[in-house]
Design a binder for this molecule. Structure first.
Ligand SMILES: *Cc1c(COP(=O)(O)O)cnc(C)c1O
Length: 488
């Protein structure tokens, strides 16, 4: 039973027609499509109705209700026409703005999978723009005047940069691994070290991928130690693939041993078995030139003689989401013939962005400057510090007694399963606002337009400036000041 008070309230909720008329009296609604306005009105009035009915049940079950559950009692004020229209307006604004939007990454993770991994270089964007609203020779051979290959845009470039015989590209590296194993080892055994049976995240687990691609997993060695003998002893007439996997997001230290790619390649040659390496991130740049640890490059794997190598386009390469497959001509040829290739096909805009990115690698010094992921990874500490200082200075100049900005030196991470044990010294701004907890600041910054993503350490909200662009400093400053204003 609903109390008579609430029944009266329910009856008093204005009719949809009335609300529509009232909305269109306002300038704001003039160019808003009617079905959007109507659906927003329905949603708002429906929510009010539900809130009234729920408040009824809540009072009844008062003894069971949780303490933190606020009893938002609906009053006459809430169902007044103006108040409903104000809510409708808010909802319409939300529905009219894009769901996928830019954010400011102050989280201290350069290749942040949740935040879209690698921002693209201007050259990559230009390549996309040039073909986006036009036709292109995507699969058309202009010299012969007939059907051509989708991969011609990048095939030669990839071989030129990596030294590989042949190449192709698919939607992402997960797809590249699946497709390659399916082609090379369906119904056959795949030998992998137990130390490399990794989960990359997002439910990408090497054992599952091998199973999904029809291969039979044969784990060898132990978690911390695998020798080339372990691989050799596992070989039988049903072995089709020796697989090396980059450990990506974890490291084994202490009493360890693993077979090098070179050793595995030699073994593969001896028994005439294909050798594959899933490099995960894959880099064309030798990071040891930038006071970082040495990370084997794609070219190193090609030189070591792997038959087939796969890696991502949007991790350390700094390009769009893609899976790059390189290796021996005959294997690439059979991969191209695999019907799965069609399901994992790379999109033309991605292909354009990939070509634009790859072209930059002809000059490695330029690549490091122009590819944002590389520029951020190799940014000198002083440069990052300057950006953090600028935030502190501009916030302080506002003489807002509620805010304090403190510079803290901490480490950023490469992320995306890349350079996992690398600590990149970075400068963070620790932001404190009187009357707000770190969690409340984090939430408010996340709610900013554009959202600003930071992290919390030791009860302090932090913005890491390695991944904050120069022109984003003002946005961060204004967001901080707005939050303090909203407190008043
Ligand atoms: C990241 C990663 C993948 C998956 O690559 P995506 O491009 O994200 O699909 C596969 N294998 C390894 C070792 C990785 O690190």
């Amino acid at each position: 039973m609903i109390t008579s008070d609430n029944q009266k309230l329910l009856k008093k909720i204005p009719q949809t027609d009335k609300l529509i008329q009232s909305a269109y009296k306002q300038d704001f609604f003039q160019n808003i499509p009617k079905n959007l306005v109507v659906s927003a009105i329905r949603k708002v009035t429906e929510d009010i109705r539900t809130a009234i009915i729920n408040s009824e049940q809540k009072t009844k079950n008062a003894e069971h209700s949780q303490k933190n559950e606020k009893n938002n009692k609906i009053t006459e004020k809430d169902i007044a026409q103006d108040s409903i229209i104000a809510k409708v307006k808010k909802l319409v604004i939300k529905k009219m703005s894009p769901n996928l939007k830019r954010v400011i990454n102050g989280a201290g993770v350069v290749i942040h999978t949740n935040l879209g991994r690698s921002p693209l270089a201007q050259e990559a964007i230009l390549s996309m723009v040039n073909i986006a609203d036009r036709y292109s020779n995507l699969e058309f051979d202009l010299a012969k005047g007939k059907r051509g290959s989708r991969y011609q845009a990048v095939e030669e470039l990839i071989c030129e940069i990596t030294g590989a015989e042949a190449s192709m590209v698919v939607n992402n590296n997960a797809g590249a691994v699946l497709l390659t194993i399916e082609t090379a080892a369906s119904q056959k055994e795949v030998i992998v070290s137990r130390g490399e049976l990794v989960e990359i995240g997002g439910m990408f687990r090497i054992p599952d991928i091998i199973e999904k691609s029809g291969g039979i997993l044969k784990g060898v060695g132990t978690t911390n130690r695998t020798s080339i003998k372990d691989y050799e002893q596992a070989i039988n007439e049903n072995t089709a693939l020796l697989l090396k996997v980059h450990k990506s997001n974890y490291d084994i230290i202490g009493f360890t041993k693993s077979a090098s790619l070179k050793e595995v390649v030699e073994l593969g040659k001896k028994y005439n078995i294909c050798v594959m390496e899933d490099l995960g991130s894959g880099t064309f740049i030798d990071f040891s030139e930038f006071t970082m640890k040495y990370e084997p490059t794609v070219t190193d794997s090609v030189k070591a003689g792997a038959d087939i190598i796969t890696f991502s386009g949007d991790k350390l390469l700094g390009g769009p989401q893609a899976g790059i497959i390189i290796g021996k001509k005959d294997i690439i040829k059979s991969i191209r013939k695999n019907p799965l290739t069609r399901a994992l096909r790379i999109d033309k805009l991605t292909l354009a962005a990939l070509e634009g990115t790859l072209r930059l690698y002809r000059d490695k010094t330029e690549a490091v400057k122009k590819i944002p992921t590389l520029a951020m990874l190799t940014a000198p500490f002083e440069l990052i510090r300057k950006k953090a200082e600028k935030l502190k200075r501009t916030v302080n100049s506002e003489k807002n007694s509620k805010v304090t900005v403190k510079l803290i030196t901490l480490a950023s991470k490469a992320g995306g399963g890349s350079l996992c044990s690398e600590e990149l010294p970075s400068s963070c701004a620790g932001i404190k606002i009187n009357g707000l907890t770190a969690g409340q600041i984090e939430k408010a910054m996340r709610g900013n337009n554009p959202p600003i993503i930071g992290r919390i350490e030791n009860e302090t909200f932090l913005i890491d400036f390695r991944t904050v662009a120069e022109d984003e400093i003002t946005i961060v400053k204004e967001a901080v000041l707005k939050i303090t204003k909203d407190l008043e």
